[in-house]
Ligand binder design. Structure first.
Ligand code: B12
Length: 215
């Protein structure tokens, strides 16, 4: 099986929500010596992106969205540990706290960012999803991260990113930490509007951004 063919199958298995097959294809990619990041980006992510488009067009429905997300996660469960292993011996570049905003349960992209940052040598504290503003603030106080990453996948949860920045200001912690924002509906304009220190479109750019911010 050549690379293009396996990438096509990965994309299709996410579209079809085939959880077991996703795991098998991830393992197949490892056997074939395909870089885990390439398999994630070229194969599985291509699938989940198309699922998003079809959902928006009314061509796919929530149960299919859930199955697609599960298939994506099954593949990541195999590929992400390998990514981390390959980079395990690096020295710590900086500390990052990351989470998904309150009322938002999307975590695939945020977890990819967390894994890539870990792979790049950052110490990452992943707070999960549906994280209240106070928890972000408490963790900044407790862990003193260099970077706070805020993920929003819904237009309705984007304002929570602004709420966290305001809360950090109120608590006198804003100067202590660089705040970076991301998620499908987020862009540089929004990051500027709410006074964030940075925005990244994807996990690879998030690593570049984080490296730049810690100097
Ligand atoms: C999978 C999915 C789900 C899964 C989530 C599973 C999970 N565990 O994450 C399930 C089925 C649960 C789900 C539920 C819902 N979803 Co949904 N979902 C998606 C979908 C198809 C893909 C998201 C995804 O995983 N993408 C793949 C990853 C790799 O990309 P990503 O998340 O964008 O992350 C990358 C970048 O954004 C960036 N990034 C992400 N976070 C961060 C953070 C930082 C700090 C940085 C720097 C970068 C960064 O790097 C990542 C990696 O490259 C999107 C469509 C889309 N186009 O985004 C809809 C989408 C986000 N969902 C949507 C909706 C409406 C919902 C529901 C409200 C549906 C419903 N009626 O119940 C619920 C909301 C539940 C809730 N309260 O959160 C809408 C949002 C519309 C809007 N304008 O707000 C979308 C856009 C679909 C659509 N086109 O209409 N969803």
């Amino acid at each position: 099986m050549d690379k293009e063919q396996i990438f096509r199958e990965m994309k299709n298995c996410v579209l079809e929500g085939e959880i077991e097959l996703a795991g098998e294809l991830a393992e197949k990619a490892v056997e074939l010596g395909i870089h885990p990041l390439e398999a994630i980006e070229e194969g599985f992510t291509a699938g989940i992106n198309e699922v998003g488009e079809r959902f928006e067009e009314g061509d796919m429905f929530l149960p299919e969205l859930v199955a697609a997300a599960e298939a994506m996660k099954a593949a990541l469960a195999i590929l992400e540990p390998l990514l981390l292993e390959q980079q395990a011996k690096r020295k710590i570049m900086g500390r990052v706290v990351i989470g998904t905003m309150l009322h938002d349960i999307h975590d695939i992209g945020k977890d990819m960012v967390a894994s890539m940052l870990t792979a790049a040598g950052f110490e990452v504290h992943n707070l999960g999803v549906n994280v209240p503003t106070d928890t972000f603030v408490d963790k900044v106080r407790e862990l003193k991260p260099h970077i706070l990453g805020l993920s929003a996948l819904l237009t309705t949860t984007m304002p929570e990113q602004e709420a966290v920045i305001k809360a950090l200001e109120k608590e006198g912690l804003r100067q202590e930490v660089k705040v970076v924002v991301g998620g499908a509906p987020v862009n540089q304009g929004w990051a500027d509007t709410i006074g964030a220190d940075g925005f990244a479109e994807n996990a690879i750019d998030a690593v570049k951004l984080a490296r730049g911010l810690v100097g």
